[in-house]
Design a protein. Structure first.
Length: 573
């Protein structure tokens, strides 16, 4: 019985060491498998044959120890090592590694949920983020405003080259300094035309009600206009020094068009602010008394940057007899410290919208200095480029902004298909009201940032440590496209290994806790990198040597037992 038992004991050693060799062979075969987790075979002794249980010490004798003959070894389990592997950088945005605990979540071909540490993903033809086997990566989606939607996971979509987006401007921020040492803007430009008459033969001075078809100049013998004539304003400028060119505007003479109608047209074309809060008597009117009777009087807003100028041939008529019917001369120049800036905002369709802002000093008082700003937009689809009432900025005695009014602009976008109106705030929080350090450029104002964007197409993407997939659009805008989800387990060693570098839940793994990276114990996502296997080849080769020695030694036990049995048979013969 003893020799036969020894053969079976040796056989158990062969089986045990075979399991270890199998495990080592699998580890070595997967040494270059992405995120592979190595295993080790653990052994335990089998039940021992009890020859004697031993005895306790007596009055005159000592005790005896138990006598047992072992019956070999057996596999106690194959333990997976979930220690992280080294990280290899690849530079591909679709490659991802997990630094810390957690597993990527995928849906296989049957729609079942599985888990993997292998982040060698790619974008499929249907713009989904998938594994090498086409299994879709799961994460959290976004709403129409690119906000991450927490809760249920869904397929991560990266629509490169197809997703287009734009953003309407919500806020524009300004920087600069408004010179506190400048003169107060007390007056605007006054331009006056020649005298016009109502009717032929030196009729009475024209009024706002005079028909344009009945309008005469002192030196002409016929009416200046006929029905259908087109008047083009193309030589008007606004601003200090030579000024900036104003957009061209046209007025078509109708049978019932009056001189007052044309005055209103000029007021809109010149973007003169006429709200009650604006200082002076700005606007375009027809003189009624004295030397002004019958003249077109144009009075601009205060400040040198609101100065108006109309060239002698700035208004052209299609009436060949009177191609330049108006001649304006300057009666008063604009004065006062002011500054002008222009910037581009965007409507909801991504259309660029030009916005002009002019600041003029209005008052110096005990509580500080007040500046008034005038906003205009040539892209306003309303009757005038003027954007609502003027606003004010109040700077305290330290030159810091203490209060503001009218700092939300409303731009008419009717007829463009965009959201109407385009509404956004002006942020002057970084603008100061100190004395200018030099006189060459006393006041400065510039728009530093605005949060709108023109239309752009998704051109690239990246993944942050928190798993958020950021899309980069051709217009420079960056928006979230989704967020990678991770799953953690209370006992990851209890997961069941499957093909394609996948794991599935097991009876002892616990249920997955699905969360975002860097929360609830989940690790960070490293974009442009892959986790390598955690196999230590040196350790595996040493284990292979010891397993081979153990296998050979167990075989030697069997062969030795066989020789002894043969010898026993020879004695019997």
């Amino acid at each position: 019985m003893g020799l036969t038992t020894a053969m079976y004991t040796g056989l158990s050693g062969l089986n045990s060491n075979q399991y270890r060799i199998d495990t080592i062979g699998n580890n070595v075969a997967n040494v270059n498998t992405t995120a592979f987790k190595g295993s080790r075979a653990n052994f335990q002794n089998q039940f021992s044959l009890m020859l004697s249980a031993g005895s306790g010490p007596g009055p005159t004798t000592g005790g005896t120890n138990p006598s047992q003959v072992g019956l070999g070894s057996m596999l106690s389990g194959v333990q997976r090592n979930f220690q992280p592997g080294a990280v290899e950088t690849t530079g591909l945005p679709t490659d991802m590694a997990i630094e810390g605990a957690g597993f990527f979540i995928v849906h296989d071909a049957d729609g079942d949920q599985a888990y993997t540490r292998d982040g060698s993903f790619k974008v499929s033809s249907d713009q989904m983020l998938v594994t090498n086997n086409g299994f879709r990566v799961q994460g959290f989606g976004i709403d129409d405003d690119f906000n991450i939607i927490p809760g249920l996971t869904q397929d991560i979509q990266i629509p490169l080259g197809t997703l287009s987006t734009s953003r309407a401007t919500q806020q524009a921020k300004f920087d600069g300094n408004l010179n506190a040492d400048g003169p107060i803007a007390t007056q605007g430009t006054i331009l006056s035309s020649q005298v016009f008459r109502a009717g032929a033969g030196g009729g009475p001075a024209a009024t706002a009600d005079t028909l344009l078809t009945d309008l005469y100049a002192d030196t002409t013998g016929g009416p200046l206009f006929a029905t259908g004539d087109v008047l083009t304003l193309s030589g008007a400028k606004k601003g200090a020094n030579s000024g900036r060119q104003l957009p061209e505007a046209r007025f078509t003479v109708q049978a019932d068009s009056t001189l007052g109608d044309y005055a209103a047209f000029l007021e809109n074309a010149l973007a003169i602010h006429t709200d009650a809060e604006a200082p002076g008597n700005a606007g375009v009117r027809i003189g009624q008394a004295g030397a002004d009777a019958g003249r077109i009087i144009i009075e601009g807003n205060a400040g040198t940057e609101n100065a108006l100028r109309i060239d002698p041939a700035g208004i052209i008529s299609t009436n060949s007899a009177f191609t330049a019917p108006f001649l304006f001369t300057e009666q008063q120049e604009a004065t006062g410290e002011s500054v002008f800036t222009s910037f581009i905002a965007y409507d909801s369709l991504g259309n660029p919208v030009q916005v002009n802002v002019t600041m003029a000093m209005e008052e110096k008082a005990a509580q500080g200095i007040t500046w008034r700003f005038y906003a205009e937009s040539p892209d306003n689809t309303g009757a005038s480029a003027v954007l609502g009432p003027t606003g004010t900025l109040l700077f305290n005695n330290d030159g810091m902004l203490s209060a503001s009014t009218g700092d939300r602009l409303m731009i008419n976008r009717a007829g463009t298909g965009a959201i109407n109106p385009l509404s956004f705030a002006l942020d002057f929080g970084n603008v100061t009201g100190l004395a200018a350090p030099y006189s060459a450029q006393p006041s400065t104002l510039v728009m530093t940032t605005q949060d709108g964007h023109s239309a752009g197409t998704l051109s690239n993407f990246s993944v942050g440590p928190d798993g958020i997939v950021y899309g980069t659009f051709s217009n420079g805008m960056t928006r979230p496209l989704g967020q990678i989800a991770l799953a953690t387990f209370s006992n990851p060693e209890g997961l069941i290994s499957d093909v394609n570098n996948l794991f599935r839940t097991g009876p002892n793994s616990g249920q997955p806790i699905i969360t975002t990276p860097q929360t609830l114990g989940a690790g960070s996502v490293l974009s442009g990198a892959l986790e390598m296997s955690n196999i230590d080849l040196t350790r595996e080769f040493i284990g292979l040597i010891t397993a081979t020695m153990g296998f050979s030694a167990s075989g030697r036990v069997i062969s030795t037992s066989n020789e002894l049995l043969n010898e026993l048979m020879r004695i019997a013969r």
